[in-house]
Design a protein around this ligand. Structure first.
Ligand SMILES: CC(=O)N[C@H]1[C@@H](OP(=O)(O)OP(=O)(O)OC[C@H]2O[C@@H](n3ccc(=O)[nH]c3=O)[C@H](O)[C@@H]2O)O[C@H](CO)[C@@H](O)[C@@H]1O[C@H](C)C(=O)N[C@@H](C)C(=O)N[C@H](CCC(=O)O)C(=O)O
Ligand SMILES: Nc1ncnc2c1ncn2[C@@H]1O[C@H](COP(=O)(O)OP(=O)(O)OP(=O)(O)O)[C@@H](O)[C@H]1O
Ligand SMILES: N[C@H](CCC[C@H](N)C(=O)O)C(=O)O
Ligand SMILES: [Mg+2]
Length: 509
């Protein structure tokens, strides 16, 4: 979370786009006009070093202004905050001779400063938002670019993947981490980057300051209502990509199959962005004309501006076609030709933990691991698996602790309505009582669902239930490798557990 590992010669506050103001009215000494050399950027007081700019941001738990006193003790050269932060730290700032920047929106100011500090960004950057499909679209865009010979990364829930690698704690990292990673990628030769834009990230301006050529919108359903005040606020956060973050003249690739998609298309149009629509309807520019499913993937018939094409995709789930076309739209917007993209499209592979075939029983029944952890995604995952499966669908599902509580019964309901057998289990209970989370999911899943608290046993039971032609969908953890209980993380991998269960039941161990 710091920027002090990059050496900059004599970068001053003004060169980071910031101006110290006369702070008398904020209760401190007169710092007006000061322009110190900055040695690094910090958003956490615990990482401040002498000469740093410390950004004291309004938080959800506490205002960063509370920590200004510690940053001053560490000899910060400048403080960036808002009026409230300056007021909170008035006593500590009194008599301090550094530079205080009081900004209307310190997060926006920080994002701008981070982009100037780290400087380098790949030539072609695109972003994708939406409730589901962000990781998949970002990965598909990166795969297409790499297949075309570009050096490319995708950046999001899975960390940084492609021609540069890094671990990330967030889907959309804070601006210091984001700009550092982008600069490191450029140093590694990367020219193309596809970013996931989470609603938290957009709301907190984590992406402001990134120069982008295009943005995509996948879909909209319930999630994160613990953070956003309601559906409209959640949608408004996603819309920020199109009405604020994207550069003028950028392209918008919007899935218009829902009312919210059409609303987003209007927002992009009003902003003057170059609009490409994706969907199944007649007016979609990248249009799905038909899909034929089998056990290992699908044939997709689609059109680009009215011209029909057929492609074989080794991907499970009808919605993957929407994701692939959104990725194609992003690659077109970043300058690649349709003919070139069409040539490499059949090589796109599924993203780890997204409708991923991970095990198969001797009787032919299949086991898929998926990351559906919100009602819309559970419905989409189960419904889209159906045409690939001749027999029954068994679903193992739970909901995460310390997250949106309202989604739990809805996830249970989605499982009941779209699977034949439902097993409720734990998924990262975190600090909550797992039995209460399960009870909330069962409220929607109904009395016929069985409750198996231990996730490994739930998977074993799900695999055991599989008859020839059946499929098991294990929802919620996707690529995750741990079960979070309290503050502890226990190693746990759904795919691994499924393979062990299959081997045990088919007598191979
Ligand atoms: C709700 C939320 O998004 N919180 C993020 C936010 O923290 P906050 O503003 O709530 O922080 P706070 O604890 O109130 O502290 C306020 C300020 O004081 C600073 N501080 C705090 C303690 C201290 O000793 N010194 C200090 O300076 C903090 O750095 C912060 O700037 O800013 C922090 C720094 O960037 C983030 O780490 C933190 O992410 C938390 C941990 C988080 O869990 N976020 C999740 C919900 C999130 O962002 N998820 C999205 C979406 C995921 C998805 O859809 O898949 C994501 O993009 O990952
Ligand atoms: N286009 C789509 N429409 C509906 N559901 C989808 C779509 N794409 C993916 N999903 C479902 O959502 C799950 C998560 O997909 P993905 O990781 O690509 O989305 P995401 O938006 O990055 O999610 P997160 O916010 O959790 O990181 C998948 O495992 C699948 O069940
Ligand atoms: N980025 C999402 C992932 C949730 C995955 C699921 N396994 C859970 O723990 O709820 C979140 O933190 O809300
Ligand atoms: Mg994601």
């Amino acid at each position: 979370m710091t920027g002090d590992d990059v050496t900059r010669d004599e970068v001053t506050l003004t060169q980071l786009g910031l101006r110290a103001r006369d702070v008398k009215d904020a209760g401190g000494s007169d710092g007006g006009g000061r322009d110190p050399v900055i040695t690094g950027l910090s958003i956490d007081s615990r990482t401040v070093r002498p000469g740093h700019l410390f950004a004291a941001l309004p938080g959800s738990a506490v205002h960063g202004g509370e920590f200004i006193q510690y940053a001053l003790r560490m000899q910060a050269a400048a403080i960036l905050t808002d009026r409230k932060g300056a007021a909170i730290a008035a006593d500590a700032l009194a008599g301090w001779d550094g530079a205080l920047v009081v900004a209307e929106d310190p997060r926006a100011a920080l994002a701008g400063a981070a982009s100037l500090w780290f400087r380098d960004q790949p030539d072609h950057v695109v972003a994708v938002t939406g409730t589901s499909g962000k990781t998949s679209v970002a990965s598909f865009a990166r795969q297409i670019w790499q297949a075309l010979g570009h050096k490319a990364i995708s950046l999001g829930t899975m960390g940084v993947e492609g021609d540069h690698h890094a671990k990330l704690a967030h889907t959309t990292p804070d601006p210091l981490t984001l700009h550092r990673v982008l600069a490191e990628a450029v140093a590694a030769g990367v020219t193309h980057a596809a970013l996931e834009a989470s609603s938290h990230g957009l709301d907190q301006r984590r992406l402001d300051g990134v120069r982008m050529q295009a943005g995509a919108f996948t879909n909209f359903s319930q999630d994160h209502l613990d953070y956003h005040a309601g559906f409209d606020e959640y949608f408004a956060a996603k819309a920020l990509l199109f009405n604020r973050v994207l550069d003028d003249g950028a392209s918008a690739i919007i899935n218009i199959d829902s009312a919210r998609g059409r609303q987003m298309a209007d927002i992009a149009k009003d902003r003057g962005l170059a609009l490409t629509t994706v969907g199944r309807g007649e007016d979609a520019m990248l249009r799905i004309l038909g899909q034929r499913y089998d056990a290992t993937g699908q044939d997709l018939r689609f059109s680009i501006m009215g011209q029909a094409h057929l492609v074989r995709l080794p991907l499970i789930g009808g919605f993957q076609a929407e994701n692939v076309l959104a990725a194609m739209g992003l690659c077109l917007a970043s300058g690649d030709a349709a003919g070139d993209i069409l040539r490499v499209l059949p090589h796109v592979t599924t993203v780890r933990g997204r409708m991923q075939l991970t095990a198969q029983r001797e009787n032919g029944a299949t086991v898929f691991v998926d990351y559906a952890h919100k009602p819309g995604a559970v419905t989409a995952a189960l419904q889209s698996l159906r045409p690939h499966v001749m027999g029954r669908i068994v679903c193992v599902i739970g909901a995460g602790g310390d997250r949106d509580r309202g989604k739990r019964p809805l996830m249970g309901q989605a499982a009941r309505e779209n699977a034949d057998v439902v097993i409720i289990t734990d998924d990262n209970p975190r600090t909550e009582d797992p039995a209460l989370i399960r009870a909330a999911v069962i409220e929607g899943a109904g009395p016929e669902a069985s409750e198996v608290p231990d996730r490994a046993e739930a998977i074993l039971r799900g695999v055991d239930a599989l008859q020839p032609g059946d499929a098991l969908l294990i929802c919620g953890k996707g690529h995750e490798t741990g079960q979070i209980v309290g503050q502890d993380v226990y190693p746990f991998d759904d795919g691994e557990q499924a393979s062990v269960a299959v081997a045990a039941l088919d007598g191979r161990i």
